[in-house]
Design a protein around this ligand. Structure first.
Ligand code: GSH
Length: 221
């Protein structure tokens, strides 16, 4: 097995990459590297110290989007996840970026950080940050995504893409922190999330993540 992924399962970016690998049916091994207290050798993989990174033969690469694009181009005969046309490709990249850079600061770095990571490190959870993300900030982002998705099965074209995986990856961190999309308010988005969760690629990650979650979960100090 030549492909190695460095990171931790609860990172949404690592999850997106692992979903991409699973959908393409590519084998890999996961080497645990945390987002903090990293071994010094990891700086050779990513001087920014962010996960995920990969090693594929002689190639080392960082950033989930860059890695997924590399996999798409390297294995053209495997399930494509970046759309079929230039237009679809652009839409997928936009929505992937939207999830990675606009949803993540709220779903992962606010809600998940406060509810799960902080208590696991004996730091208090600031519920004001959680409530503000959930009630004030996220609805604007969800409204946009609900409109873009409409009644379609997937965000772009008629097949699964990285846009769907990036979105679902953020929703998982929110769910780990005890919050689900309001299905009354965003029915299409909530249904999309359920469809992605039911895919074997996600089901295979879910149990492992639950185990890690229960091992690090602590009551708010
Ligand atoms: N754009 C990057 C973001 C990666 C990222 O921010 N990862 C977080 C963990 S979820 C991290 O490693 N944070 C550590 C840091 O920023 O120092 C990607 O898509 O891979």
């Amino acid at each position: 097995m030549s492909l190695t992924v460095y990171g931790v399962p609860l990172s949404p970016y690592v999850r997106k990459l692992r979903l991409c690998l699973a959908e393409k049916e590519l084998d890999y091994q996961l080497v645990i590297v945390l987002p903090f207290d990293q071994p010094t050798w990891f700086k050779d993989f990513n001087p920014l110290g962010r996960i995920p990174a990969i090693k594929d033969g002689d190639l080392t690469l960082a950033d989930s989007s860059v890695i997924c694009q590399y996999l798409e181009e390297k294995y053209r005969d495997l399930t494509p996840l970046l759309g079929k046309t230039a237009e679809q490709h652009a839409k997928v990249r936009w929505l992937e970026k939207y999830a990675d850079y606009e949803l993540a600061p709220l779903t992962t770095f606010a809600i998940f950080q406060q509810r799960i990571i902080n208590p696991s490190m004996d730091n208090p959870c600031d519920e004001n940050i959680v409530i503000s993300a959930l009630n004030e900030k996220l609805p604007i982002y969800f409204n946009y995504l609900e409109k873009i998705l409409g009644n379609a099965e997937f965000f772009v074209g008629d097949t699964l893409s990285l846009a769907d995986l990036a979105f679902a990856s953020q929703m998982v961190n929110m769910e780990h922190a005890g919050e689900l999309l309001d299905a009354q308010r965003w029915p299409n988005l909530a249904a999309l999330y359920m469809r992605i969760k039911a895919r074997p690629s996600m089901e295979n990650l879910w149990q492992g993540e639950q185990k890690i979650l229960s091992s690090i979960k602590r009551v708010n100090p």
